[in-house]
Design a protein around this ligand. Structure first.
Ligand code: IPM
Ligand code: MN
Length: 357
């Protein structure tokens, strides 16, 4: 019997709808050649949901996500909603759905094939062959800690973590390391922050008890951002908290020359949420200029998570083959390349993926 996966699409704002459309075309093409298919429900999120429901993450969207096998999200936010505050901001809709789905681990992999090393702002020889995975804690830390306040004179947020919150995300990092190059770098600010001291002690204790076969080291966040630029090849799996992971993963995205390349998977014990890291890019929205690669790689991560590893591998191999050809969207188009629109590059990646299926 063939399986039908229920996918909730949250195209969101800016370039979100354009890149999600490329993923849907890709999934449908894969389904035609596979024993499984996809059934989509599209729901509003972010600014689009504010316009339609006066709420960046309405309950109807949350319900649709919870009733599906996986969620594909484009991007949220944009200048139109920048004056809004607090829970009315598009970004808080994203935080809400992460919390509602309990996606406590956010995986952000960066691999720089030789074909992209030339586009990097860093020297090609420093970044060629980079292959790292940031595991960012996603439903705790300073993004969610109470109390929070702002009386117009003084404002504060609270960074807090409990041992179980640290352990569950650290387990994800150690398990991924075992499937990769067996090394975890835990990033914190334990020289200053109490919450980081608990983080480091907890990671050490879990490592000794369950993962002593994995190599573990610890780095302060300031040093880690510098190391990411000086010698990114030293990293295999990076384990870190919510805000440090937010910052460090953007840094890691530039290694391949564009934020348009970085996918992510947010996972917990239930439905996973798969989204590119690049955001809504309002300056190029609706013009067919967006790079679909991060969305397409997020889709591959979704397929892996659904247990369709062969299809995920076909996408990655198809992308590699596509990048050996000169077609590039504007963000990566330099000498020797041919400028492609979002859908032209999407078409090429899809055609190459099907050859690898
Ligand atoms: C990200 C984004 C979000 C975050 C924003 C839009 C809330 O920057 O996914 O990295 O900070 O987590
Ligand atoms: Mn971010």
């Amino acid at each position: 019997m063939s399986k039908t996966y229920k996918i909730t699409l949250l195209p969101g704002d800016g370039i979100g709808p354009e890149v999600v459309a490329e993923s849907v075309k890709l999934l449908d093409a894969i389904a035609e050649k596979s024993e499984f298919s996809f059934e989509y429900t599209t729901a509003n999120a972010g600014g689009a949901a504010i316009d339609a429901h006066n709420d960046p993450m309405p309950q109807s969207t949350v319900d649709a996500c919870k009733a599906s096998d996986a969620v594909l999200l484009g991007a949220v936010g944009g200048p139109k909603w920048d004056e809004l505050t607090g829970a009315m901001r598009p970004e808080s809709g994203l935080l809400k759905i992460r919390k509602e789905l309990g996606t406590f681990a956010n995986l952000r992999p960066v691999a720089v094939p030789a074909s992209l090393a030339e586009s990097s702002p860093l020297r090609a020889e420093a970044v060629a062959g980079v292959d790292l995975l940031t595991v960012r804690e996603l439903t705790g830390g300073i993004y969610f800690g109470q109390p929070v306040g702002n009386d117009g004179f003084e404002a504060f947020n609270t960074m807090r973590y409990t041992v179980p919150e640290i352990e569950r995300v650290a387990r994800v990092a150690f398990e991924w390391a075992r499937k990769r190059r067996n090394k975890v770098t835990s990033v914190d600010k334990a020289n200053v922050l109490e919450v980081s001291r608990l983080w480091r002690d907890t990671v050490k204790r879990l490592h000794a008890a369950e993962f002593s076969d994995v190599e573990l080291d610890h780095m302060y966040i300031d040093n880690a951002t510098m190391q990411m630029v000086i010698n990114p090849r030293q990293f295999d799996v990076i384990l870190t908290g919510n805000i440090f992971g937010d910052i460090l993963s953007d840094t890691s995205a530039t290694l391949g020359g564009s934020l348009g390349l970085l996918p992510s998977a947010s996972i917990g014990s239930g439905v996973g949420l798969f989204e590119p890291v690049h955001g809504s890019a309002p300056d190029i929205a609706g013009q067919g200029k967006a790079n679909p690669i991060a969305m397409i790689l997020s889709t591959a991560m979704m397929l892996d998570h659904l247990g369709e590893g062969a299809a995920a591998t076909a996408i990655r191999n198809g992308l590699e083959a596509a990048l050996k050809q000169p077609l590039r969207t504007g963000d990566l188009c330099t000498k020797g390349h041919t400028l492609a629109s979002t859908s032209e590059l999407g078409d090429l990646i899809r055609a190459e993926t099907l050859k690898h299926l």
